[in-house]
Ligand binder design. Structure first.
Ligand SMILES: Cc1cc2nc3c(=O)[nH]c(=O)nc-3n(C[C@H](O)[C@H](O)[C@H](O)COP(=O)(O)O)c2cc1C
Ligand code: SF4
Ligand code: SF4
Length: 362
């Protein structure tokens, strides 16, 4: 599905976040060819990063911890080779620049001249973002995006201050941390940095990001938002949009599965939208806000679909209150005196045999 973002018509709403998936021109071109609407390059800094050995590890299902710094290419290489090559290949390039005004002032004008469509500013500390933003806005005419840190003590306040200072869009959000995993055979941290820690990305942070996007959309209804943080399926992308995002950002999934993830995601998002009569993302953007605050008396009823049930017993096991059982002919029974209406049994059924909403009861 084509979409428009910051005045540019893009081949899809999937945007690749700054990461190894966009570490140089070749990687950016691969993402573009797989259908990415735009690609944010690995963060450019005046110094090339040196990373410790062992700086990326799979830390759970579709979840990574990394202590990788910014790009390990010198700034000049981005300006004279990587970015011009990506732009010439037709990639819609967004230049990630960090982490202080001493870095951004050295490159943003040249990046604009090369043809990037926007600058994304990122920093490890909120107070370095505003000077970078103000300086960059003076130097370039292209949109300037601020990447928010979920580790900020005042994420919403910081977001507002960035918008007031001229940010044209926000990326929500960066990685969460610090995070640590330990090899239990050696007792050593899995991350190779001195503190043994890294930053959490991928599936584990998805619900956190959804909440942040929805909160931002509530207070900043008109600011373009790149949702980023935890997408590992096409459904996640739709959820981001329903939370209020304009773009579906992907980093870890594009690293773990490669750029083919982008192609698959786009195909499934398009199919779902066609099935649901959605012609433009705008039609479902922020849909969750229509349901907030959540109505408190929804009259839930438990529904059961005998034909769908595989009698795996998962719903019975997961009910801590022992409210679920099956009768002698295999029909689900809920003891209403014990049931707390927590909803867990419904969500653990992998076969869609249980329902809670009135009207969905079968
Ligand atoms: C290995 C790795 C390196 C990253 N490097 C950068 C970076 O240089 N600059 C940046 O702004 N974000 C960086 N990120 C963060 C991603 O852009 C993104 O915000 C984060 O991974 C959450 O998205 P995801 O859950 O889809 O991975 C990196 C992420 C990973 C996994
Ligand atoms: S979890 Fe679903 S499929 Fe399994 S027994 Fe319960 S209702 Fe049936
Ligand atoms: S809603 Fe909660 S308490 Fe009720 S049967 Fe399901 S798991 Fe048990």
């Amino acid at each position: 599905m084509r979409t428009t973002f910051l005045g540019h018509e893009l081949q899809s709403p999937v945007i690749v976040g700054s990461s190894p998936a966009s570490f140089g021109a070749d990687a950016m071109i691969r993402c573009h060819e797989a259908g990415a609407g735009a690609v944010v390059c690995k963060t450019i800094n005046r110094r090339a990063a040196e990373n410790p050995d062992l700086h990326m590890v799979l830390a759970g299902k579709e979840t990574l911890i990394n202590c990788e710094k910014w790009t390990d290419f010198p700034m000049e290489r981005w300006l004279s080779a990587e970015m011009p090559q990506a732009v010439a290949a037709g990639v819609t390039c967004i230049a990630s620049v960090g982490h202080s005004v001493e870095d951004s002032r050295l490159c943003v004008e040249r990046l604009e001249d090369i043809g990037v469509v926007a600058i994304e500013l990122v920093s490890y500390a909120d107070d370095t973002v505003l000077p970078m933003l103000e300086d960059t806005k003076r130097r370039v005419d292209i949109p300037v995006i601020v990447k928010l840190s979920p580790n900020s003590a005042d994420l919403m306040g910081h977001a507002r201050r960035c918008v007031d200072a001229g940010a044209d869009a926000l990326t929500a959000c960066d990685s969460i941390g610090p995070a640590m995993r330990i090899d239990i055979e050696t007792g050593k941290p899995l991350m190779g940095g001195a503190d043994g820690c890294g930053w959490l990305t991928g599936a584990a942070i998805f619900p956190f990001t959804v909440a942040r996007i929805a909160a931002l959309r509530q207070v900043l209804p008109d600011v373009p938002i790149i949702g980023l943080g935890g997408i590992t399926s096409w459904q996640d992308g739709i959820e981001f949009v329903m939370a209020g995002a304009d773009m579906m950002g992907v980093a870890s999934a594009a690293i773990i599965h490669g750029p083919v993830f982008i192609a698959r995601m786009n195909a499934r998002v398009d199919a779902w939208c066609a099935e649901h009569g959605v012609r433009e993302l705008e039609e479902m953007r922020g849909r969750v806000l229509e349901h907030l605050p959540v109505e408190q008396d929804r009259g839930y009823e438990m529904g059961f679909d005998y034909a769908a049930c595989r009698h795996c017993n998962q719903c019975v096991t997961a009910c801590a209150y022992r409210a679920r059982s099956f009768d002698e002919v295999g029909y689900a029974v809920v003891d209403k005196a014990l049931c707390r209406r927590c909803g867990l049994c419904v969500s653990v059924c992998g076969f869609g045999a249980l329902a809670v909403e009135r009207g969905a009861v079968r």
